[in-house]
Design a protein around this ligand. Structure first.
Ligand code: A2P
Length: 263
């Protein structure tokens, strides 16, 4: 039985590129419906037709910026995951289902104006920041943008590292981000230049001294968090301890949280 979807799917989009980063991680790009508008950092439901003939959909952050002609997604491969076990076999020309109703809290509208924004990610939680880091609005709103990414192994940082490099070398963005963008990758289970959970590095102060940053200040600092439940909880606690409050679309404050989705 083929796992490929039939071209008669409602809301079908065509895969234009697939890249495997590690045994556990891959990214892919699909065509973008002309009518789809979204705010960088939002997610949509995407998926495939299940064996029972019903759509099998999961929430995926859009990893591409809102000016991109295509949509990019960054995914884990869960060996027994109902969706990702199939999705990881996608090839160029295949179709996926995309429900064009973007939502989410990791958006600029949910933060009060500030001087500095911190993006905290673990694993595939980098995806919404891949969008926000490529959105000029991020650099119009903030003087300093710090992206911290913690993964188990060095190879798992590669997608994010290349996005940061792309932004810095981009013909338009490069100039805008010059001197504004700080990148703080760490690993926890494989040797790398910076080891440890970002939470521990923040608590010890190393995170701030390494990057020449002042301690957290609710008057100037904003943050977005996207990772495992543990990361979300632990960073939230550190931010709240420093006086930052969690916000939402309906009530912008100093930080917002979204869990990294796994399907
Ligand atoms: P660790 O190896 O110490 O568990 P996972 O692959 O399990 O989603 O984890 C991705 C990365 O997030 C790992 O490097 C992991 O570190 C780290 N991590 C997990 N929980 C937390 C947490 N509560 N705070 C900070 N980092 C975390």
């Amino acid at each position: 039985m083929t796992e490929k979807v039939k071209p008669t799917l409602p809301n079908a989009q065509t895969v234009t590129a697939v890249k495997h980063w590690t045994d556990r991680l891959f990214s892919f790009r699909v065509t973008r419906p002309q009518s789809l508008r979204f705010r960088s950092g939002e997610f949509v439901m995407i998926g495939l037709m299940g064996d029972n003939g019903k759509p099998l959909l999961r929430a995926y952050s859009i990893a591409s910026p809102n000016w991109d002609e295509e949509l990019e997604f960054y995914s884990i491969k869960v060996p027994d995951g109902p969706l990702t076990s199939k999705l990881q076999h996608l090839e160029v020309g295949d179709e996926i289902i995309l429900r064009p109703k973007p939502v989410g809290t990791l958006v600029h509208d949910a933060l009060l104006p500030g001087k500095r924004v911190y993006f905290f990610a673990t694993g595939t939680g980098f995806a919404p920041f891949s969008s926000l880091l490529r959105d000029p609005e991020t650099y119009e709103k903030f003087d300093e943008v710090i992206i911290a990414h913690t993964c188990r192994e060095v190879g798992e940082l590669e997608y994010g590292r290349q996005i940061v490099e792309e932004v810095r070398n981009h013909e338009f963005l490069g100039e805008i981000v010059e001197g504004k963008l700080k990148y703080y990758p760490t690993t926890t289970r494989e040797e790398s230049p910076k080891m440890g959970r970002v939470t521990d590095l923040m608590t010890s102060g190393e995170f701030f001294t390494d990057q020449d940053l002042p301690p957290l200040d609710p008057a100037t600092d904003r943050a977005m968090i996207c990772g495992s439940m543990g990361l979300n909880k632990d960073i939230s606690a550190i931010l709240e301890e420093a006086g930052l409050r969690e916000g939402a679309n309906s009530e912008p404050r100093e930080f917002v949280v979204e869990k990294a989705f796994v399907g």
